[in-house]
Design a protein around this ligand. Structure first.
Ligand code: NDP
Ligand code: 2IT
Length: 450
């Protein structure tokens, strides 16, 4: 076939690494998908002939721009802004914006690639994108954050739109940042549309969007356990992170009868063997969302243990929910979790487990849900926010929670369909990857060579 090398994982990854040098997070994300999907493609030559996987691993376009802003003392700062529009085969580009000092093209391409499969799994018509900037909102005043967001949107607005590309939040981008960016877009375009999701309720936001990623993650674990005749009730849980996803994962776990005994942030983790109840969680929410302080204050307030500069994975638990950032569970951490009796892991973050860690979970035959399945609730409710904006109406909280729950159930079903092993075990990685791939691939095939 025109001198083309045989499609093997090794050949495919060699080509990808050559075309995208040093983008290690991107390589990692693609390899995980390719390992599941290549055997499937080999059974479906139409995908191979059309080079669908190669096309999916190449973003439609990448926009990189300068963001200049002024701090409160009048000092000038220059950051780099990005939007990677990955794939719009099944709907307009959709995905979050990340503001974090580590943001670079590799990180955003890994996130945008993951988003392709995740958005496909949600059952909603959404393509994939990711963007952000190497800007650190920590320690900045509200007005500095506002000036940054306005400057960022002054450039980004040319490339997005309610039928083109709809950004949302991610690490470092919450309601405050979304609001500044939406306000600036509205001012520049002189139109009120659902161009960004995660808005506050007063101006086009949706009930349950704020909670959706975390609630969805807890629901996904509930589904996995239910499949085995078990439940969250009475299980000890560890949740890493203390941001949007972690807070709402913990909240739903508590509601489902789980006992959350550890949470973390960039400063370290807290261990509260009594369990973090809703009242204690409210304290964490106020601490992180309003005071923007360290989780260490929890330990002072509730007289529990605080471990600075450590991750929580050594605490024995039944269920683990990595909800902070990528690559936070390595092989050792995974071994520790399994050794201590952990029976299930659902990822709230994107790619929090290294490949070696995933192997440990799979070899130990414990339940393991990759983020593209278990954290898809956030973007799913973003999709529902878009629908409500287009219809110019608001569904109520119960309606949205029911829809979120049903979408998570459907994602779980798709994983079962493609991930069932002969011995009865469910490979959620393979299931999510193939189900996510198939919908996008079929759309791309239908369009012909574009
Ligand atoms: P937030 O910024 O709200 O919270 C992130 C939390 O993780 C904070 O508590 C932060 O600590 C902690 N954290 C960040 N980096 C590290 C690190 N290197 N080591 C230890 N702790 C760290 O972000 P989100 O909750 O929105 O996002 C968390 C993860 O979930 C990301 O991987 C994101 O891509 C993913 N995700 C988010 C969705 C959403 O809807 N928001 C949807 C799907 C996935 P500190 O408080 O000290 O900064
Ligand atoms: O990783 C993700 O799915 C998100 N950060 C949410 C994206 C969105 O468009 O709501």
């Amino acid at each position: 076939m025109h001198g083309r090398k045989k499609l093997t994982l090794e050949n495919f990854m060699q080509g990808l690494a050559r075309r995208n040098p040093r983008q290690f997070e991107f390589h990692q994300a693609v390899e995980e998908v390719a390992a599941s999907v290549i055997p499937y493609i080999l059974q479906h030559p139409e995908y191979m002939k059309a080079r669908i996987l190669e096309r999916m691993a190449e973003p439609d376009r990448t926009i990189i721009f300068r963001v200049v802003w002024e701090d409160d003392q009048g000092g000038i700062h220059v950051n780099r802004g990005y939007r990677v529009q990955f794939n719009n085969a099944i709907g307009p580009y959709k995905g979050g914006l990340r503001f974090h000092p580590t943001v670079n093209l590799s990180i955003l391409k890994f996130l945008g690639f993951e988003q392709t499969f995740k958005n496909s799994l949600t059952t909603l018509p959404m393509g994939a994108a990711k963007g952000g900037a190497n800007f650190n909102p920590k320690g900045k005043s509200d007005r500095e954050v506002m000036r940054f967001c306005q400057s960022f949107m002054t450039e980004l607005h040319r490339y997005i739109g309610p039928n083109v590309d709809i950004p949302a939040g991610d690490l470092g981008v919450g309601t405050r940042e979304i609001s500044y960016m939406f306000g600036q877009y509205k001012r520049l375009e002189n139109e009120f549309t659902g161009v960004i999701t995660g808005k506050a309720l007063e101006y086009g936001g949706s009930f349950v969007r704020r909670e959706a990623t975390g609630y969805g993650c807890a629901y996904f674990m509930q589904q996995m356990l239910h499949q085995k005749g078990d439940s969250v009730e009475g299980k000890t849980c560890i949740v890493s992170g203390a941001g949007n996803v972690a807070q709402h994962t913990a909240e739903k776990l508590i509601e489902l009868g789980g006992k959350v005994i550890a949470m973390s942030d960039t400063s370290g983790f807290i261990h509260d063997p009594e369990g973090i109840d809703q009242e204690k969680l409210n304290f964490i929410m106020d601490l992180k969302n309003r005071k923007r302080a360290s989780i260490a204050e929890y330990a002072e307030k509730f007289k529990s243990q605080y471990y600075p500069n450590q991750k929580p994975w050594s605490v024995p638990c039944d269920l683990a929910f990595p909800c902070a950032t990528q690559n936070e569970i390595d092989e050792c951490a995974a071994q520790e979790l399994v050794k201590n009796g952990c029976i299930g892991v659902a990822e709230g973050a994107n790619m929090p487990t290294l490949k070696e860690g995933v192997n440990v979970f799979q070899n130990a035959r414990i339940l393991y849900a990759p983020g593209k399945a278990s954290n898809a609730g956030g973007v799913a409710v973003s999709g529902l926010e878009m629908t409500q904006n287009i219809m110019r109406l608001n569904w109520n909280r119960d309606e949205l929670e029911a829809r979120l729950k049903d979408i998570m159930r459907q994602i779980h079903q798709k994983c079962l369909y493609y991930g069932q092993e002969e011995d009865g075990r469910i490979d959620y990685v393979r299931g999510a990857n193939i189900a996510g791939f198939k919908k996008v691939a079929d759309a791309m095939l239908a369009y012909g060579t574009i």
